[in-house]
Ligand binder design. Sequence first.
Ligand code: PEP
Ligand code: MG
Length: 757
Amino acid sequence: MAERPPRAKSMPAPRRLLARVRDMMAGGGAAEKRLDRIAEIVAADLVAEVCSIYVRRAGDILELFATRGLKPSAVHNTRLRVGEGIIGDIAALARPFALADAQQHPNFAYRPETGEEAFHSMMGVPILRGGRVIGVMAVQNRTLRNYNDEEVESLQTVAMVLAELVAGGELIDPKELLPADGLASTPLRVEGLRLNGGIGIGEAVIHRPNFRIERLVAEDSDHEHERLRTAFSEMHGAIDDMMTSETMQDGGEHRDILETYSMIARDPGWLKRIEEAISAGLTAEAAVQRVLDDLRARMQKVSDPYLRERVHDFEDLAYRLLQHLLGEPAGVDLSGLKDGGILIAKSLGPAQLLDFDTTKLRGVVLEEGSPTAHVAIIARALNLPIVGRLRGITDRLSEGDPIIVDGDRGQVFLRPGDDVMQTFRDTALSQLEQRQHYDALIPLSSDTKDGDHVSLLINAGLMIDVEQMIRMNSDGIGLFRTEIQFMMQPELPSVEEQTVLYDNILKAAEGKPVTFRTLDVGSDKTLPYLETDDEENPSMGWRAIRIALDRPMLLRRQMRAMVRAARATKADISIMFPMVTEIAEFEVARGLLMREVESEGGGIEVKAGAMLEVPGILYQLDGLLQRVDFLSVGSNDLMQFMFATDRGNPRLSDRYDTLSPAALTMLRGIAEKCNAAGVPVTVCGEMAGQPLDAMALIGLGFRRLSMASPGIGPVKEMARSLDVGKLEAYMMPLLVSPEHSLRGKLRAFALDSGVAV
Ligand code: PEP
Ligand code: MG
């Protein structure tokens, strides 16, 4: 075969390389020989002294199968574990590496049999197939070479074509490419991440978008561009249809999410990258797959779970696009879904979930997923138990296998025995009874036994929480975390968009009071469009009101939208500022708010409040009380700063107790001062939703508790069974105790006095 086909000369470099590799693949001959030739071609094209190809074998071993430039005797002798050395890292992380001096890399693993000591720079990419790493391809140079992005791209494109050869069955038995435990048939319990509570019992329905992309390299790029355009417009049409479908007609959060999703589908950057891959010589379908693989690999580096979840939205969209390009449905036959299905998927976009008849589904199990995933939010709206982060689960199941999803504990049982099945049937039944028990409390008041009213409010971030507030007949929204909406958008929402949002919330609240908290971003909550620095201590960094006061337009625009929504709905609203650390900050923020109220024409009542989350402000509490309309205790942050204990660090989560004498004394001081000044105070941190903690808060003098909606039933039951006078008499003397925690004593009091905690 001619080494360099004549027509290749006029092509751009990546397409030329790709065309040569394609010709080599199609050229016949033993697979190993073709692999050798590909290594040669790639080395020559990228002007590298070495090109090596490793294939993944059973037991997570990467074996050198071909090399140009390393010692030939190393072939089949050099073996690395996944995660060992840089080659192993590329496989473990499924992402490219480009290192000017690989030998200085902490994970460099020197293999004398290869003779690689002469080579300093290294660029390697994973060979991916069906989302699984099946090998690694790497080039090396003697000099300290800085490989550029285009070279990385080129190598990735070649790796994609190479994947077909590796998986073709000639080099190794394809069974070796399956995960180690293959298809098990024994009962198994696996732990994942709780994404939505509840118990689902049913049969596995495996969602495996399984597209066979047969043509990777394009003959006519213009034609491929045209195919892509057509597929894109068909896909947009289908998504628009979905938004107007019956399921979505009742509006709510799931509709908002689909709208965001549709915006992502129109993302010009995504389209551009696919077009570039086509211009580099791939077919439209291969280009879609290639951009998706690349995005997945890049996102592995990103730690923000919200952003990582957006990959799933893109995955969902990519599968849709492939469906339009290839004209075949993705994996499962949706119409055949039987009643009682548990959907098993690697990842799932919100629209994919809605493709199913969700009334027939009993639960969802995902290999990936985080609580911020759009699909988790949709599942919550549909009341489907969902467990995520169960890597490899799709390979451990067969279609129709019995399965239990225990969303409450974030675990899944595959092919459970009769005894486990029965236990869960009983649990599901008792959960239903418990729900009915709490539902029976809905029309009842949340007054204590000795007649004190305790206002129970909801912490919200989504429309669905507002709907819950109405359903639970609770007293309003005590904390609306506005940042959640901002985090769901790819760009800063305009004042008009924000106004619509707040307007919808106020309407859904049906006249019950709503307390909006202005943007509390920074720390773990990042916005893709807001530049922030890498901070050593982000929770004590540039966040919350600190950002708002440095970027006052952001704050003013948000408050303008709130004020407009309040005027339009004739609602009285409360606005509070997060992380207020000194009175002066509150004064500036309130000044900005009053300006917005005035410039919108006044005539509405907007209350301004502060969150108590930083211990420093407690030393100015008297002065603050003269200036605020209300206060809200963010006990999550207040405790983390009081105890100097990262609230997200699991090692420290049990170290100090919210019911310690110190914490309770601090809270007692806040309640006393607020009550004396006649300023309403709410506790809106997690402790307000825990019956025992909530009991202590009532004992300290708090009468307004704001919590996630599942806490309302249990806290109401506790309050109704509580004699506050008796609790006060018991608790106050204990505040000076030197004990680590009063939790045990308070629990004993509850038990002795018949308080339901
Ligand atoms: C808190 O800190 O207690 C609080 C309610 O705010 P967030 O949890 O949103 O930080
Ligand atoms: Mg907070």
